[in-house]
Design a protein around this ligand. Structure first.
Ligand code: CMP
Length: 693
């Protein structure tokens, strides 16, 4: 590289002078030389001129010289003009060699952390430029990129990672999951040591998205490895007493970081942390390690007490898990639960099974049971002659369509359509399976829930229930929904599916109510539903709001012009205002500005949230050359964070969730009877207002 710079003695002489003593001519000369340095090519003229005034040069003549040690405070960046250096990390040894044109030492400055590696001279001759700018920090190990950071510009005065930033900062663009973890442990934990009340955003991104690229059991293994790793004493660390002391400090720091990381992880996921079996058992495993170390290592007592609080949190959760019943689909209906709160995922379900002869039996099925397992559970209930045959499970939908379920499907109850019925039969019988009329949806003359209660009461009860369902969802379910379940073996879909199923149900309910209303009451029903939607909006139950608006926009209802005409104009206006919130233009601007003004907790419009996630997923690769695309993870984490934020603080929510007795209206709204066959809905609509010929 130097050969392109020309006679370097003058250049070196100027750079070895104190910057304040450089004359304008000398600065000009340095600037001209910098124009030839490839590693600086991306910099603007102005930055290069500024650099000319601040850079210095270091010349080293002995291989093995340490430029700085891992753990030292960092004050400058370096570029290698000639020679090479080794990058060595405790516990790993030499991870890579940097040569002419490469740079190092930016990481500590970028992260305001300690040096992440020791830099050792490899050759007997080396020249290094100090203090250089760069847009990209690329960390390599054994010839492969392991972490790529890039400078991102933020508007002046924006708050970045909790502090007021000037105008630029670095963020991790891509990397190996394992290196990212190491990076977070070394740069994002120390500042959190005292304060685990709010979690650093980069760390939170990782905690919210790791299942995509680092399954929990692997993450736990890596943490354990980091916790137990022992600094390798290499030739650059002669084994003097001083060095051994420093190593003990390092060992303690590593252990403290892992335990703080786990405490922040528990804080971020709350109850859901403990529902993951590998994460749950990791608490006990780590606790045992900490307990053992506390016997021998001085300084472990704060680590032990932090670990103890994680363990206590787990005990509390496990106790509440065993004590409270859950939201369960009981034969297609959300079972009325007698005991209080439940933010728990459903794991079992009662389900009606039918024989081809229309007789029925009920089984309690775990959500993670595959269709093939369920068939085996059904076998004893089958007539003896057929019980030895190949059996299949078939869903017969309310429109008569038959769907034979695949043996590996799981989560049967949430998979069924609203009025779908499950048949267990021999394969030859599938074509004859039928649901009899009258089994589908409400009897038109039956009393409507709209006749029983006022719109405010109905909206309130819908709101309670939907808030309850929403609180029981786990934000990580949204990821599984979008990335596809196959990508998450062992993941049992549950509460999010229940919520989406409910959204569908409320939609059909609104359509059904208008169509089954007898003529004199139809306008009244329509009006009442619009008012419920209006109250739902005020109460933050956007699920009911949008489901009702969409249900009334179903063509079977929207075409009933004679009914709509009779609505008071005030109510008509109310409806079009609500409808305009669904306007998709300008990326759903109407909806987004509505929720920006809302105070959590509220139930968001989940389908749109899933659409945002899908958009991010499909528009961005998850991996680049084997590195995780953390920019994508950051975008995903942002969506998940909004989902979490809607749930908001415990205050206010507890009043809703911890209600012991449920009024009758609550039981009614959990058991809405709907017609989910679009053809039948249209037929009813044509009977009310015949087609214009
Ligand atoms: P810094 O942490 O300031 O000091 C050590 C430097 O080594 C670090 O910045 C990086 O610039 C450089 N480095 C190169 N490869 C790696 C790596 N794999 N891990 C950590 N640091 C590395």
């Amino acid at each position: 590289l130097l050969s392109t710079i020309g006679p370097d003695s003058l250049f070196r002489m100027i750079l070895s002078k104190c910057p304040s003593e450089r004359t304008p001519e000398e600065l000009e000369l340095v600037y001209e030389e910098l124009l030839h340095v490839k590693a600086l090519a991306h910099l603007s003229t102005m930055v290069k001129r500024e650099l000319a005034a601040v850079i210095g040069i270091e010349t080293h003549n002995n291989a093995g010289t340490v430029i700085f040690h891992q753990g030292d405070p960092g004050a400058c960046w370096y570029i290698i003009l000639r020679g090479a250096v080794d990058v060595s990390i405790r516990g790993k040894g030499v991870v890579c060699t940097l040569r002419e044109g490469d740079d190092f030492g930016k990481l500590a400055l970028v992260n305001e952390s300690k040096r992440a590696a020791t830099i050792i001279l490899r050759d007997d001759e080396a020249q290094i430029l100090r203090d250089v700018e760069a847009n990209t920090v690329r960390l390599k190990e054994h010839g492969q990129d392991v972490l790529v950071l890039e400078k991102v510009f933020t508007p002046r005065g924006a708050v970045v990672q909790g502090r007021q930033e000037s105008h630029c900062t670095y963020s991790v663009m891509a990397g190996l999951a394992e290196k990212m973890l190491e990076y977070l442990l070394e740069t994002r934990i120390d500042a959190q040591e005292e304060d685990v009340t709010s979690v650093n955003p980069t760390l939170q991104d990782f905690l919210l998205t790791h299942p995509i690229y680092m399954p929990t059991n692997i993450l736990c293994n890596s943490l354990k490895k980091y916790y137990t790793r022992h600094p390798m004493v290499t030739s650059i660390f002669p084994s003097t007493d001083v060095v051994i002391q420093e190593d003990t400090e390092q060992i303690l720091t590593a252990k403290r970081r892992v335990v703080t990381f786990v405490a922040l992880w528990v804080k971020t996921l709350g109850l859901h942390y403990f529902l993951d079996p590998s994460a749950n058992s990791f608490i006990e495993e780590l606790y045992c390690c900490v307990l053992e170390d506390a016997q021998t290592l001085p300084g472990m007592s704060p680590v032990l007490s932090r670990m103890k609080s994680c363990r206590e949190a787990r005990d509390r959760v496990m106790l509440s898990l065993s004590r409270h019943s859950q939201i369960v689909l009981d034969c297609g209906v959300y079972a009325p639960t007698s005991t209080a709160p439940h933010c728990l995922p459903i794991d079992t379900c009662r389900q009606v099974f039918r024989h081809p002869d229309a007789s029925t039996f009920v089984l309690t099925v775990r959500m993670d049971k595959r269709v093939a397992d369920v068939i085996e559970m059904c076998r004893p209930h089958i007539r003896s002659s057929a019980s030895q045959e190949m059996l299949v499970l078939t869903e017969v939908k309310s429109n008569g369509e038959r769907l034979v379920l695949a043996p590996n499907d799981i989560s049967l109850p949430t998979m069924l359509t609203l009025n779908g019925k499950l048949f267990v039969s021999a394969r030859e019988e599938v074509d004859h399976l039928m649901v009899h009329d009258g089994e589908n949806g409400p009897i038109p003359s039956g009393t409507s829930v709209l006749d029983l209660y006022g719109s405010a009461e109905l909206a309130t009860q819908l709101g309670f229930f939907h808030m309850e369902l929403f609180h029981a969802t786990n934000e990580l379910e949204t990821i599984a929904q979008v990335f596809g379940r196959d990508a998450f073996p062992g993941h049992i879909p549950s509460n999010l599916d229940l919520l989406l199923r409910r959204f569908n149900e409320v939609q059909y309910w609104a359509t059904t109510e208008v169509l089954v209303s007898p003529a004199p009451k139809r306008v009244q029903s329509l009006r009442k539903l619009i008012k419920i939607a209006h109250y739902s909006k005020q109460q933050g139950d956007l699920l009911s709001l949008f489901a009702i608006v969409l249900g009334l926009s179903n063509v079977a209802v929207s075409r009933l012009s004679m009914t709509w005409e009779k609505l008071p104009s005030r109510v008509k206006r109310m409806f079009s205002e609500l409808e305009s919130l669904l306007d998709p233009t300008r990326n759903h601007r109407a909806y987004r500005s509505l929720i920006a003004k809302m105070q959590p907790p509220f139930v968001p419009f989940i389908p749109l949230l899933l659409k945002d996630l899908t958009f991010i997923h499909e528009g961005n690769k998850t991996f680049f050359n084997g590195l995780v695309n953390f920019e994508k993870m950051h975008m995903i984490a942002n969506v998940i964070r909004t989902f979490k934020e809607c749930k908001a603080s415990a205050s206010g929510v507890t009043g809703i969730l911890h209600r012991d007795e449920k009024p009758d209206s609550q039981l009614h709204i959990r058991n809405l009877r709907v017609i989910d066959d679009q053809r039948r809905l249209l037929e009813m609509s044509y009977l009310i207002e015949p087609k214009m010929s």
